[in-house]
Each structure stands twice: as structure tokens, then as C-alpha cells.
Design a protein around this ligand. Structure first.
Ligand code: ZN
Length: 218
């Protein structure tokens, strides 16, 4: 016969209903993973079990990398992108044209612009875009920092390279109006037919914009 204690502990796991249930280490990990975009409770649970069962080394590496990144990476004082120093290498480079400032949404966009090798100016990374429905307004993007930067007397042109999405276009329009008021020359990257693209396979919106933004053949 089982001792009374066995039944007692199984039938009344929490002595007092008023006590808040402390999340177990496992529950805490599942909950923590849910901060990632697009990760719901089921996915978080799957990731947790996978890491603990099959990828303990990878999990340890992830944990260390996260801790290091959080303690060492900050926003560049000039361009707002991620850096380990107060000012990033790109902003500190004497080989860049400080009179042109390109505004992009994310650091990945900056990397794409760099890969083109045709832009030699400096950058400002918004770290997002205006999206009133998501509660992201000018304050949330710290746009006053961009205005301060663009009106420092050195910058002569601001090139708006936000995405051609509804939010990206709205952000470019808002910034354009704001900067023009300050007497800054504002330009926008052009839309057009992709390199290697055939007109027959180009969507009408892109083709229409390419016609509107046509230029004289030099
Ligand atoms: Zn920078």
C-alpha cells in the first residue's frame, strides 16, 4: 500500500490556491523564445525541446552570443546603426562624402546600398518605419536625431532610400516635407525596371513609374 504522503502530494500539488505558480526553467525558456517575431507558443515549445534534446552546444553558443551582443552592441551616435564603438567605422571613415546622407529603414538596407558600390556618402538608419497602425510615429523613430544630423551644416543632400511599401513611402513623404522645410535638398531613389528585366514580365506599377521617372538619354 502506498503511503499517505504519495496521495497527498499528488492530489494537492499547490498547497495554497492564492500562491502564484512560479514558472519552471522550461516554461521560462518557452516564454522567452516567444519574444522572437512570428514565434507562437507551439513553435517556442518545439524550439525549446529541440535545443535541450538535440542542440545543447548550439544553445550554449546562442546564449553566449546573445549575452555578448547585448553587452557590447549599441547604436552609432551618428548613423544610428549597430556598432561596438560609439561611432561606427563607416561614419568615422575619412573617405566618405559627408555632404550626402542616405536614409534607410534597417541595417540590412545599408548593407545592400554598400554592395552597389555607387554611393559614397554617409547614412542614417531609422531602425524601422512610420507605421501609425502599429503605434510607430515620429517619436518612436527618434526622428529629431535625424533632423539634427541633417541640419548640422555639413549635409547638403538627403537621399531617401526607404522601402517602396506603403509605410516606406509614407515615411519618405513625411521626412521629405520635414527636411525641405529646413532648406535641405531631398532626393528619393528611383523606381524602375529591374536590371536584366523584360518589359513583358514587369508589373504595370513598376513600368508606369519607370515611364514617369524617365530621363533624357545622355
Ligand atoms: Zn555610424
Amino acid at each position: 500500500m502506498l503511503p499517505y504522503r504519495f496521495f497527498s502530494s499528488r492530489l494537492t500539488p499547490n498547497a495554497s490556491p492564492n500562491n502564484m505558480k512560479t514558472p519552471s526553467t522550461l516554461d521560462e525558456l518557452i516564454e522567452a523564445l516567444r519574444c522572437l517575431p512570428g514565434v507562437g507558443p507551439k513553435s517556442a515549445q518545439r524550439m525549446t525541446y529541440y535545443l535541450l534534446q538535440h542542440e545543447r552546444k548550439g544553445a550554449a553558443r546562442l546564449s553566449t552570443a546573445l549575452a555578448n551582443a547585448l553587452s557590447q552592441i549599441q547604436h552609432c551616435q551618428k548613423c544610428n546603426s549597430f556598432t561596438e564603438d560609439a561611432v561606427c567605422a563607416l561614419c568615422a571613415s575619412p573617405n566618405r562624402d559627408a555632404s550626402t546622407l542616405c536614409v534607410v529603414e534597417m541595417p540590412a538596407d545599408l548593407m545592400m546600398m554598400e554592395q552597389t558600390q555607387v554611393y559614397r556618402g554617409l547614412y542614417f538608419v531609422l531602425m524601422g518605419r512610420l507605421s501609425p497602425l502599429d503605434g510607430i510615429g515620429p517619436k518612436e523613430l527618434y526622428l529629431e536625431r535625424l533632423i539634427k544630423r541633417a541640419t548640422d551644416g555639413v549635409v547638403k543632400e538627403v537621399l531617401l532610400a526607404t522601402n517602396f511599401t506603403v509605410e516606406g513611402e509614407a515615411t519618405a513623404h513625411y521626412l521629405g516635407e520635414l527636411l525641405k522645410e529646413k532648406g535641405i535638398k531631398v532626393t528619393r531613389i528611383a523606381r524602375g525596371v529591374p536590371v536584366g528585366g523584360e518589359l513583358e514580365h514587369t508589373d504595370t506599377g513598376t513600368l508606369a513609374q519607370a515611364v514617369l521617372e524617365r530621363r533624357e538619354v545622355s
